[in-house]
Ligand binder design. Structure first.
Ligand SMILES: NC(=O)c1ccc[n+]([C@@H]2O[C@H](COP(=O)([O-])OP(=O)(O)OC[C@H]3O[C@@H](n4cnc5c(N)ncnc54)[C@H](O)[C@@H]3O)[C@@H](O)[C@H]2O)c1
Length: 258
C-alpha cells in the first residue's frame, strides 16, 4: 500500500516540530521542509523514529524548491495532509515597514502557502486530503506586525478559497489561529522585555499562553476524519484572546464579576 505523507513546512521551529510529531500518529511519513536545512535535520533526529521524519532543506518562497518538495513527497508516498506552517514577521509597525518587508512578508506568509498547495493538489485529490494553514490572531485583529498580519488575513481567505473550489474533489482546507506561543520567533521581544510572556497572560481569558502542543492538537484534529465535515473554518488556539478581555469587560460593565 502507498504510504500516506504529511508535509509540515517550517518544521524546524517548535510549532512545526510539534505538528510533525502529532501528525506522525496517523501518517506513515512526515516530510519536514525548512529554509534552515541544518536545523530541520536536527529537529527530525530529535523526533526519533528514523525513516518516519524526513528533513528537507527548502525555501518555500521559491517555486523551483517547492516543485522539488512535491517531487520528494511523491517519491515517498502520496500526500494526505499539507500544513502551511512556515511564517515570520519582520516589522512591528507600519512606520517601520519598508516596501521590501511588505513584499517579503506577503510572499512568505501568503504566496508560499498558495505555491505549496498548487504543487501538491493532485496528490490531495487522490487522497481526498486536507490543508491546514497556520494563520494567527493577527489575521483578524490588530496586534502589531502589519505586513505579517495582512498576509495572515489573506491566508484565512485562501483557506476559504481552497475549501470552496476544491470541495468537489473531497479536499478540505482549514486554518488554525494561534495566539502567543513561546518560540524562537519571540526571541527579540523576550530579549527586550524578559517579562513579555507574563505581561501577555493578562490579556488571555485562560490566563496563560498556548504551547506548541496546543496548536499541534488542533491541527491533528482538523487533518483527521473527526473533522470530515469541517472545511473553510478557522479554529482559534488563543486561550480566549479573540473572545474578549475580562479587564475590558470589567471597565465596560463596571462589574467585578469579570
Ligand atoms: N509563536 C507565536 O506566538 C505564533 C503565534 C501565531 C501564529 N504563529 C505562526 O505559527 C507558525 C510557526 O511559528 P513559530 O513561532 O514556530 O516560528 P519559528 O520562527 O520558530 O519557526 C518558523 C520556521 O519557518 C522556517 N522558515 C522561514 N522562512 C522559510 C522559508 N522561506 N521556507 C521554508 N521555511 C521557512 C524557519 O526556518 C523556522 O524554522 C508561523 O506561521 C507563525 O506565524 C506563531
Amino acid at each position: 500500500m502507498t504510504s500516506s505523507v504529511a508535509i509540515v513546512t517550517g518544521a524546524a521551529g517548535e510549532i512545526g516540530r510539534a505538528i510533525a510529531r502529532r501528525l506522525a500518529e496517523d501518517h506513515d511519513i512526515v516530510l519536514m521542509p525548512d529554509l534552515d536545512g541544518a536545523a530541520v535535520e536536527k529537529a527530525a533526529v530529535s523526533l526519533g523514529n528514523p525513516g518516519k521524519f524526513i528533513a528537507l532543506a527548502c525555501d518555500i518562497t521559491d517555486p523551483a524548491n517547492v516543485a522539488d518538495m512535491a517531487a520528494r513527497a511523491a517519491a515517498l508516498g502520496v500526500v494526505r495532509t499539507l500544513v502551511n506552517n512556515a511564517g515570520a514577521a519582520r516589522a512591528v509597525s507600519l512606520q517601520e515597514t519598508t516596501p521590501e518587508i511588505w513584499r517579503m512578508d506577503s510572499i512568505l506568509n501568503l504566496e508560499a502557502a498558495f505555491l505549496c498547495f498548487r504543487a501538491v493538489e493532485d496528490a490531495l485529490k487522490q487522497t481526498k486530503g486536507s490543508v491546514v494553514n497556520i494563520a494567527s490572531v493577527n489575521g483578524t485583529n490588530v496586534f502589531g506586525h502589519p505586513a505579517y498580519s495582512a498576509a495572515k488575513a489573506g491566508l484565512l481567505h485562501l483557506t476559504k478559497l481552497i475549501a470552496v473550489e476544491y470541495g468537489k474533489f473531497g479536499i478540505r482546507a482549514n486554518a488554525v489561529s494561534p495566539g502567543t506561543v513561546r518560540t524562537q520567533a519571540w526571541e527579540d521581544r523576550a530579549a527586550a522585555n524578559p517579562n513579555v510572556f507574563e505581561d501577555a497572560r493578562r490579556w488571555y481569558p485562560l490566563q496563560r499562553i498556548a504551547n506548541p502542543e496546543d496548536v499541534a492538537n488542533a491541527v491533528g484534529f482538523l487533518a483527521s476524519p473527526l473533522a470530515a465535515a469541517i472545511t473553510g473554518a478557522c479554529l482559534p488556539v488563543d486561550c480566549g484572546l479573540t473572545a474578549g478581555q475580562a479587564e475590558l469587560a470589567r471597565t465596560f460593565s463596571q462589574s467585578d464579576d469579570y
